[in-house]
Design a protein around this ligand. Structure first.
Ligand SMILES: NC(=O)c1ccc[n+]([C@@H]2O[C@H](COP(=O)([O-])OP(=O)(O)OC[C@H]3O[C@@H](n4cnc5c(N)ncnc54)[C@H](O)[C@@H]3O)[C@@H](O)[C@H]2O)c1
Length: 282
């Protein structure tokens, strides 16, 4: 099926990035936020990032203006009725996502594709709340969405083949590197990365090391582009702890549970780059 118009529900960190990818890729895009002020904030984020691309010579001023002109804002889910693909990026709360999918499935056309950007919830459980679970897939982008190429295209047992294929094809047309996977806890990357980062943090305490030395070891010895502590600061300690708890809840393996040090950092507000302090000061 051809995707001509895209809806993005939630223009927070991930939603604004996804909407940016969409307008840059040439699609008319409707962004839905809960208030007009939050919508404008999302638009400002997109404008800022597109502006930087112009400054760095990666985009012309004409393309910048044309991309921004493809974005419209609304506070009503009903205004997504004309969209062929709707990507949801609201808070990681199952009841909220289920509510959004129930309403979306009532307003969009029967063949529209509904995608969730959930990191750790079950796509099937979200899909079950919609009137058309066969049109629901996961599209898991990585933060920052306009920069990181991967999109995990998550198929549930109910997903139609053509919905999965269309989501995959859209991601590719938008310049991303999609990978198809199944609706298993953590999908691919988080299933591997979350326990691995937890192990790195446990080593800090077990071996009485400095974060900078663990980072130095992993960048120089394992070829990681970023050390685990720097990466956790970038992801956000709260985001990581939440995802760890979700994965631990589903798989029950001790390695999945957030180490005490990360829980303490979260309680102290040392959330990483966005808070100005985490393992490092910013
Ligand atoms: N941040 C990441 O690193 C990352 C990476 C991949 C996927 N995700 C997933 O993306 C989703 C969004 O995460 P984020 O980091 O962009 O969060 P965020 O806090 O930046 O944005 C949350 C969005 O939810 C909206 N929202 C809040 N309450 C709402 C309500 N009652 N009804 C409708 N919308 C409401 C907000 O207005 C905002 O647009 C989550 O499912 C998260 O797991 C996050």
């Amino acid at each position: 099926m051809q995707i001509r118009k895209v809806g993005v529900v939630g223009l927070g960190t991930m939603g604004a990035g996804i909407a940016q990818i969409s307008v840059q890729g040439g699609w008319e895009t409707v962004g839905r936020e809960v208030t007009p002020e939050l919508g404008e904030r999302g638009r400002a984020t997109i404008e800022r990032y597109l502006g930087r691309a112009v400054e760095k010579g990666r985009m012309s001023a004409t393309d910048h203006d044309a991309a921004l002109a493809r974005l419209s804002l609304t506070t009503e889910l009903a205004d997504l009725a004309e969209c062929d693909l709707v990507i949801e990026a609201v808070l990681e709360e199952l009841p909220l996502k289920r509510e959004v999918f129930a309403e979306l499935s009532r307003v969009v056309r029967p063949d529209a594709i509904l995608a969730t950007n959930t990191s750790a919830l079950s796509v099937s459980e979200i899909a079950e709340a919609s009137e058309r679970p066969e049109r629901v897939v996961g599209m898991h982008f990585f933060n920052p969405a306009p920069v990181l190429p991967l999109v995990e295209i998550v198929r549930t047992p109910q997903s139609d083949d053509d919905a999965v294929e269309a989501a995959y094809a859209w991601a590719e047309a938008a310049g991303k590197q999609p990978v198809a996977c199944n609706d298993t806890p953590g999908f691919i990357v988080n299933r591997i990365l979350i326990p691995l980062l937890n192990d790195c943090v446990r080593v800090l305490d077990e071996a009485d090391l400095d974060p900078a030395d663990v980072d130095k070891a992993m960048t120089n010895g394992a070829g990681w582009p970023l050390g685990p502590c720097a990466l956790l600061d970038l992801i956000g300690i709260d985001v990581h702890v939440h995802a760890s708890e979700a994965l631990h809840g589903k798989l029950g393996e001790e390695r999945m549970a957030p180490p005490a040090r990360l829980v303490e950092m979260q309680e102290q507000g040392r959330l990483g780059r966005k808070a100005g302090a985490g393992f490092y000061e910013y």
